[in-house]
Design a protein around this ligand. Structure first.
Ligand code: NAD
Length: 433
């Protein structure tokens, strides 16, 4: 198998310059103070329950061995089994995974699905490895995690650098190590699988679909006519492209797109479906004939109604926030807005629909996949979309009410809804012994 050519998810900011866990904890502290969170529950939620680090050797195609470092952080399981993605990226680090795991806890609590929060990853450059090496790395990582994951205990899913194929290898490795009689009962060890291996219809587009439901409802509440609106998207991968294709169907005009290789612009509108096809074949938006090339700063300065950041964390820094002229930021990515960047946006009167709400469609449909596997059922797409819309809109409404009640921003409102659910459970159950 040929090795992939280039890093699709190369990060622009290193972990030395900025610490994602501090960002996540800053958000938590703001909400905790405003809602007067019980101090014992505050202490419990301020650290993950388990931090698992594994170092494991893998044989390369040339016969040599390489040692890999893998992480699985289990933040909280008060509401149900740990749930969260697996990231393959050279900048995977303990504090990054801890932040992403905490966000999963809040996200699942916010949308009221019976899961806790976790995240995992391996620190390496996936694009430098052949398909065979990727398979051995994935299988050896799954083996190293052993009983630290399980279909009723901790359920991984895809994230940056991983996909359906990786999930299917994880599932196969996990069930191969169990009794043959348990094999089919363990399919729900991972979600985000291919349809043929037990995945759910609608899972691939779920995050983008959820981003759309959030934008659509916010537009209705704020009398923004989507058919006459404009939007831009950063990152045209799974989340960005699906959100753009669905939002375009309303008549909203996609005018600017940025990815790891370049930025494109067309004031008359970019065809979102043709662009997705182009990216599939060329790996980037760069060179797309239906738009002209322009600069990174020009992308952020472009006046639009809606911006969808759907690439990486820490993209909307204070410098970028000062350039933005928009009404709404709907966070498709996890952690795209820095604390200082958000303060500037809020001062400018721009609403930020936070990641834990706006991109929760992915984990909601992962939950549907898990339920379908447990019941040996296959739901049709209409059923999946209907149920997704119901759950995500309920979380939106609850957040909207909380924002009004506490006179706060949407991120803090969403945190309060999530943390209240966890607080209630801890106070009911008490702390053992
Ligand atoms: P992806 O790998 O499919 O796409 C990532 C996109 O980001 C690509 O278009 C890439 O070109 C772009 N990008 C990378 N580096 C960039 C840079 N420096 N500047 C601009 N663009 C850059 O990933 P995805 O699954 O779409 O995930 C994107 C984000 O959404 C991540 O933060 C992820 O954690 C989050 N997320 C994904 C899901 C999901 O279901 N896939 C669910 C919730 C949250």
């Amino acid at each position: 198998m040929a090795k992939k050519k280039e890093p699709k998810n190369k990060k622009s900011v290193s972990n030395e310059e900025f610490n994602l866990y501090q960002v996540a904890m800053g958000q938590f502290e703001k909400a905790a103070a405003l809602m007067k969170l019980n101090p014992v529950v505050h202490t419990i939620l301020s650290q993950p329950k388990n931090e698992i680090i594994v170092n494991f050797p893998v044989k390369m195609d040339d016969g040599s061995f390489k040692l890999f470092k893998g992480y699985r952080i289990q933040h909280n399981n008060a509401l149900g089994p740990y749930k969260g993605g697996i990231r393959f990226h050279p900048e995977v680090a303990l504090d990054e995974v801890k932040a992403l795991a905490a966000w999963m806890t809040w996200k699942c609590a916010l949308v009221n699905i019976p899961f806790g929060g976790a995240k995992g990853g391996i620190k390496f450059r996936p694009w430098e490895h052949s398909q065979d090496e990727m398979m051995r790395i994935t299988r050896r990582f799954t083996f190293a995690l052993g009983n630290n994951i399980g279909p009723e205990f901790d359920i991984p899913a895809p994230d940056v650098g991983t996909n359906e194929q990786i999930m299917v290898w994880m599932m196969d490795t996990y069930i191969s190590l169990r009794n043959a009689s348990d094999a089919h009962a363990s399919k729900h060890i991972v979600t985000g699988k291919s349809l043929s291996s037990g995945g759910s219809l609608g899972r691939k587009k779920a995050t983008g679909q959820g981003v759309f439901y959030m934008i659509d409802q916010w537009a209705k509440d704020n009398k923004l006519d989507l058919s006459k609106s404009t939007f831009s998207v950063q990152g045209y991968g799974n989340v960005g492209s699906n959100a753009a294709m669905i939002l375009s169907k309303t008549g909203a005009k996609l005018v600017a797109v940025q990815d790891h290789k370049g930025c494109i612009y067309n004031k008359d509108g970019i065809n979102a479906v043709k662009l997705a096809e182009y990216v599939k074949n060329n790996g980037s938006v760069d060179g797309f004939s239906g738009a002209k090339k322009f600069g990174k700063n020009d992308f952020w300065k472009t006046k639009v109604d809606i911006i969808i950041p759907a690439a990486l964390e820490n993209q909307i820094t204070p410098e970028v926030a000062n350039m933005i002229d928009a009404k709404l930021i709907a966070e498709g990515a996890n952690g795209p807005t820095s604390k200082e960047g958000e303060d500037i946006l809020l001062k400018k009167g721009i609403t930020v629909l936070p990641d834990i709400l706006a991109n929760s469609g992915g984990v909601i449909v992962s939950y549907f996949e898990w339920v379908q596997n447990k019941k040996s059922e296959h739901w049709d797409l209409e059923e999946v979309d209907f149920k997704l819309k119901k759950l995500i809109l309920r979380a939106y409404e609850k957040t909207r009410d909380t924002v009004k009640e506490y006179k706060t921003d949407w991120r803090t409102g969403a945190y309060i809804v999530a943390i209240r659910r966890l607080e209630k459970i801890y106070l009911e159950r008490g702390i053992f012994p």
